[in-house]
Design a protein around this ligand. Structure first.
Ligand SMILES: NC(=O)c1ccc[n+]([C@@H]2O[C@H](COP(=O)([O-])OP(=O)(O)OC[C@H]3O[C@@H](n4cnc5c(N)ncnc54)[C@H](O)[C@@H]3O)[C@@H](O)[C@H]2O)c1
Length: 261
């Protein structure tokens, strides 16, 4: 049943220096965190919170940017509508299929988008450190990624783990389709030097843990990030929404927003 919530601030104020944002998926865990955190950003105004069944197109003309934390099958349609109406988009949703990704990329030819598997500053630092460690340690170190999330998470491996794997694959110059080893079961034989292991653990209310293991003979290095609150993702996505409005069309990452590139 449609349930769009439109937010109006009482009293006079200037819209000139305020970014008007729409939160899509506002009833979800991340939607609720975004609504709570947005109050701390004087330069942002949440003008609408939408969820399943609401009419996004009807509300779009009054916003500057849309923040989407919904379901993978919703994002391409949101991106197409934003492209039609010339609105910036921040994508937090993960788990997109290749065809959904292609549709999102085609919308990004018309509008600026921040598309990040993880909006926390700490995880974006982990991305940077992972690249550096892989470059420094070299091919004699075996690579494994372990991610842990709450029992309700729908996609696996997590979008953040996928980004970590892409970074490792780039540094090692391997095709991930060939190199990835999803968990192990049975008599799988010895580990090959080129494989990259990925393991998804699910349980309880874990917000999101990621470890990148670099293991050689005689030593190992582990880089770990643990999120204890969704606020860290929400604050990053809100920061991205203020940053992206007015940029040239294209896809930006949280590394761009944080100036880590
Ligand atoms: N990028 C990041 O930093 C980050 C962080 C946390 C979660 N996520 C991702 O964000 C997404 C949402 O996570 P969550 O934990 O809030 O999930 P959730 O299931 O709690 O919330 C999703 C919400 O989206 C709504 N929704 C589904 N389809 C919709 C549609 N077509 N239109 C409008 N609303 C729709 C649902 O009704 C629900 O209220 C997931 O893909 C998750 O992996 C990303």
């Amino acid at each position: 049943m449609p349930s769009a919530v439109l937010f109006r601030r009482m009293g006079p104020d200037s819209l000139a220096d305020v970014t008007r944002i729409l939160i899509n998926g506002s009833k979800g865990r991340m939607g609720q965190a975004l609504l709570a955190c947005a109050k701390d950003h004087p330069g942002l105004r949440v003008v609408a919170g939408l969820d399943v069944g609401d009419d996004l197109e009807a509300v779009l003309p009054g916003v500057d940017a849309v923040i989407d934390f919904t379901h993978h099958d919703a994002t391409a349609g949101v991106a197409a509508l934003c492209a039609t109406h010339g609105k910036a988009l921040v994508i937090g949703t993960t788990g997109h299929s290749e065809s959904e990704k292609a549709a999102i990329r085609s919308a990004a030819m018309h509008i600026p988008m921040v598309w990040a598997s993880n909006y926390s500053t700490g995880v974006n630092t982990l991305f940077w450190l992972t690249r550096k460690a892989a470059e420094i340690l070299g091919p004699s170190f075996d690579l494994e990624v372990v991610e842990t999330h709450h029992r309700l998470k729908k996609d696996a491996p997590s979008g953040t783990a996928t980004t970590l794997l892409e970074i490792l694959g780039e540094v090692r110059k391997v095709q991930l389709e060939d190199a990835l080893r999803h968990g192990r079961h049975g008599i799988v034989g010895a580990r090959t030097p080129s494989e990259i292991g990925i393991h998804a653990v699910r349980g309880g209310d874990v917000v999101g843990d990621h470890t990148v293991l670099f293991a050689a003979v005689g030593e190992r290095v582990e880089l770990t990030h643990k999120a204890s609150s969704r606020e860290t993702f929400a604050q990053g996505a809100l920061r991205a929404s203020a940053w992206v409005v007015g940029r040239p069309p294209g896809i930006y990452s949280m590394q761009d927003v944080l100036g880590l590139r």
